[in-house]
Design a protein around this ligand. Sequence first.
Ligand SMILES: C[S@@+](CC[C@H](N)C(=O)[O-])C[C@H]1O[C@@H](n2cnc3c(N)ncnc32)[C@H](O)[C@@H]1O
Length: 310
Amino acid sequence: MADPVLKWAGGKRQLLDELKARFPTTDYTHFHEPFFGGGALFFDLEPEDGTINDTNPRLVNFYKQVRDNPTDLIELLDTEFRDPDADPNPDLEYHDTNHKGKAIDEFYYQARALFNKRPYGEDFDALREAALLLYLNRTCYNGLYRENNSGGFNVPIGSYTNPDWVQADRITTASRILEDTTIHNDDFEYILDAATAGDLVYFDPPYKPMSATAYFTDYSQDGFDQTDQQRLLDVASELDDRGVHVILSNSGVMYDLYDDAGFHVEVEGATRAINSDGTNRDEVDEIIATTIAPTDQRGPTQQGLTDYTN
Ligand SMILES: C[S@@+](CC[C@H](N)C(=O)[O-])C[C@H]1O[C@@H](n2cnc3c(N)ncnc32)[C@H](O)[C@@H]1O
């Protein structure tokens, strides 16, 4: 039951018990997570193999580095991302000025500019890119990944005292868990080639907004629109036809679509706030839809008592 390494918008840590209660009573073969993000369910399950996927190339590069180069990644984070002028006082707010009166946040904004300039051509430094992503993720406002229309990461600095962006233990653990996992950087439809009968797939797409003011599709410059939602339903139905177990979370407005398609759908009642731009908090009903009949589901376990820290 490991923790995610990155904080990610739409992270599913609060929904873990409800998701696991829908798992089949029979064993499944491989576990797949085609909309990975922070991968809260994957890390909690610690599956031995299977696949993960995300369309975000920076995120995918990050997990490949975590899997393949954990020691180098930790070392780089521990050495390079420290402002030599920073005040050693651990109580100093990260966004404050240090003992020399220098604004610490300059360092953050330089790192952010570097991250956005980083070329994807032959000069691409995969390890440094991964380190920058974790550094920014752990020090940015609310730990939210958001890109502007040109694909630039545009979240301002967060307000932290002595933030830990090295996350050495989590990287080491995640690396072990990812060891035999295949990591894709594709559209979610790759799953039609990857999953076979007896596997379990968890889909956690960007949610369809409940209201015009909800910005659930802001994970990257490519939104996830109604056509994508319909494609997802078609893919989930095809997997079901092939004997693959499917569990899916989505916003409450998708209830009828999945219900009409014959999925077992339940509203999770609990509301979840996503803060996309620092000012806008929206609450949403969530549904969990699954192809697994209620009589074949594991049901609630004592794992509901687990306390997750961040
Ligand atoms: C709701 S988040 C997943 C959150 C994750 N379950 C967690 O616990 O952190 C959705 C993810 O889907 C990715 N995504 C968006 N469009 C996609 C597509 N067409 N195919 C695959 N992934 C996509 C986004 O980059 C984002 O990371």
